[in-house]
Design a protein. Sequence first.
Length: 286
Amino acid sequence: MKNVLLTIAYDGTGFCGWQIQPDQRSVQGEVERVLSTICARPIRVNGTSRTDAGVHAYGQRASFLADFSIPVDKIPVAANGLLAAASDNNGRNRKNTADVVILSAEEVPLDFHARFNAVGKKYIYKIRNAQTPDPFQRNFFYSISRLLNVEAMEHAAAHFIGTYDFITFQAAGGKKLESTVRTIYSAKIHAARTPDLTENPDATPNAVILEITGDGFLYNMVRIIAGTLVDVGLNKIKPDKIPDLIAGESRQLAGHTAPPQGLYLAEVFYKKEKMYEATETIQAEC
């Protein structure tokens, strides 16, 4: 019997989300399908984050326990070949890479669980701030045509750091929780550049990237924080009002829920020191 921890990346555009849903294509379903083939037995994986439809991942983690013969380090190659073959649509639309890829597989102790052993997560939210729409970026950025006040957004983001009851930033419809208190270790805004149709570097539009790290997040919490920061950038909410929004404990006080296309699960942490190291610098991942 082996316990395996996977690191998975995916473009969430074509999925109903991570979790298996009846008669819908899910990331979990695709991963379990190919693992069951290469392990020659039914495989069920435990994912760390149940990302919604349209949400992407650089570093989703999932674990599974099974008795199988294939070497653990060969799982990504075998699985990715099957995933890419499925994306070929029976050879009619050949692709080099599927929209979900297993980046790594490692054997872990038998009592390890990808979700229950996680101590924190990092999410990235990408905003494309340009007047001209770009059809090639529509599935990967939240497009805002009005100029955002990035300095105000930076000031507002800092107010989220700390341990608070974040019920103001929880959407309705999630699982009922014993506590809505969470700790945010880092919340930073980074101005970058996005790919563009033009060859003129001066005309390349701005990207505004939110990177947020915490011990856990409520249902749609990152998207509501991102939407609130956009409202700050549009001068609809003053940066110094963020503590009042948190203290008010009412969803109606916060800004809008940003769309799923801009959200990425960037990293899952299993050791607190690694999480603290990750909050020291921000990476522009456009």
